[in-house]
Design a protein. Structure first.
Length: 127
C-alpha cells in the first residue's frame, strides 16, 4: 500500500509572467530616443529570457507529470496482473479441494457399500 506523503507530490513553482513582473509595461518601454530604445531592447531581451526560463520550468513539470502518469499506469497494470494470478490460484486451490472432497466421499461410499456386502454375505451363510 502506498502512503501519500509529501514525497509523492510534484511541485512546480513558476514565477509570474505578466508585463509588470517582466518589466515590459508599455509605459516603461519608451523609444523616443536612442538611449531609451536601447534600454527598451535590453528589457525586452531580459523578458524573453525570463519567459524562456518559465517555459522550461513548465516543460520540466509536464515531463515529471508524464513520467508519474506512465509509472502509475505500469503499477496499475502490474497490480491487476497480480490480482488475476491470485484469483486463478484461489480457483485452482478450491478446485483441488473439491476434487479431494469428492474422492473422499466416493471412497467412503465405496467402503460403506463393501461393508454392507460383507455383512450380507455373512447373513447369507447363516441361512
Amino acid at each position: 500500500m502506498v502512503n501519500l506523503t509529501t514525497e509523492n507530490s510534484i511541485n512546480v513553482k513558476i514565477k509570474a509572467a505578466d508585463a509588470a513582473s517582466l518589466g515590459v509595461q508599455a509605459a516603461d518601454l519608451k523609444v523616443d530616443n536612442k538611449d531609451n530604445a536601447t534600454g527598451a531592447l535590453v528589457r525586452l531581451d531580459k523578458a524573453i529570457e525570463n519567459v524562456a526560463t518559465i517555459r522550461s520550468q513548465i516543460g520540466t513539470g509536464i515531463e515529471r507529470l508524464t513520467h508519474s502518469i506512465n509509472s502509475l499506469g505500469v503499477t496499475t497494470a502490474t497490480a491487476q496482473d497480480s490480482q488475476s494470478v491470485i484469483r486463478e490460484l484461489d480457483t485452482a486451490k478450491e478446485s483441488v479441494r473439491l476434487a479431494r472432497d469428492r474422492i473422499m466421499s466416493d471412497s467412503s461410499r465405496a467402503m460403506f457399500v463393501q461393508a454392507n456386502k460383507l455383512a450380507s454375505l455373512v447373513l447369507d451363510l447363516f441361512k
